[in-house]
Design a protein around this ligand. Sequence first.
Ligand SMILES: O=c1nc2n(C[C@H](O)[C@H](O)[C@H](O)CO)c3cc(O)ccc3cc-2c(=O)[nH]1
Ligand SMILES: C[C@H]1O[C@@H](n2cnc3c(N)ncnc32)[C@H](O)[C@@H]1O
Ligand code: SF4
Length: 336
Amino acid sequence: MDQARAVDARSGLLTQNGSHRVVTYSRAYTLVPTYECFNRCTYCNFRVDPGHSPWLSLEHVAQQLPTLRRQGVCEVLVLSGEVAPSSPRRDDWFCHIYQICALALEAGLLPHTNAGPLSRDEMAHLRQVNVSMGLMVEQVTPKLLDTVHRHAPSKRPEARLQQLAWAGELGIPFTTGLLLGLGESEADWVDSLGAIATLQTRYGHIQEVILQPHSPGQQQLQPGMSLDEAALVRAVHLARECLPPEVAIQIPPNLVSHQGLLDCLTAGARDLGGISPVDEVNPDYEHPTPESLEDAIAPSGWQLQPRLPVYAQYDSWLPEPMRSLVQSWRNSLSYL
Ligand SMILES: O=c1nc2n(C[C@H](O)[C@H](O)[C@H](O)CO)c3cc(O)ccc3cc-2c(=O)[nH]1
Ligand SMILES: C[C@H]1O[C@@H](n2cnc3c(N)ncnc32)[C@H](O)[C@@H]1O
Ligand code: SF4
């Protein structure tokens, strides 16, 4: 096996199909339990003040899910604003998220939750109703606690890394990543990638790392600059050097130009993440359709392939009955 294919190889999967190299994405729909958040990250276009976002109604969710299933959606991305760990409302918030995941599973869909840092106990519970979970490291440098994260206690680097370690201990297939362009240096990227690589070497649970270029929107507390695409391509190169080869690099296709996307693929990115009707985190940037993505990358020899929100090498980690549900998805269509 030559060097390029060795780097591409994800255990048990062929990433090369004839002469076409494979790029994956997940057919997702995002549910937002609540937009309320006790953190105030200055770049956030998602949050509203605590008490000002009605929680998503479970009845509405139960009604919506069968339609999504018929439309060919496989992933329910549960993305939430946060109630403080010390709040008397924390337990209700957590139960609400758990119930949304349980309803998604009942409808035959596959939940992936990113609801900020959770306690170990909360993670152990959510593991029963999620095929994978996620939390961005953002950046490990403490400098950002004096700037964009000054009013965001959830963004303390130790809390984020602790979460990744607990996910590893609990055997949860995990998605993490870096938010790029917050005022950090490229040396800081290497530190953040190194921290993720160390955890991956220890636990082997990191299925993918998202390289997320900061993208200013209309709702954020403070204006910010978007990351330039040449810098994003350098980040992909660095990530491919720092991370073990089995970890996929994900680029959000709505936050880059077509040429930027092709350059990221050449540099080693192989996944485009969950593609849903609305990017709830960056609502000013519409997700492209899978068809338009295929048109953009096929002339350069790339083939777009849907995948499930859990990568195949982790299927045996899943508790029943989720493991059987995932198996039936893999049998029904050629999902990676
Ligand atoms: O549409 C989006 N999906 C986002 N996702 C979804 C993600 O692409 C998929 O859920 C996973 O790849 C699993 O299929 C995230 C998931 C995480 O675990 C952590 C961060 C993100 C960030 C985004 C995002 O900004 N926009
Ligand atoms: C869910 C993830 O979305 C990312 N996130 C939050 N706000 C923005 C933005 N303006 N641009 C890009 N990514 C953002 C953070 O990395 C968070 O952890
Ligand atoms: S990025 Fe997440 S933690 Fe930060 S304010 Fe927005 S919702 Fe809250």
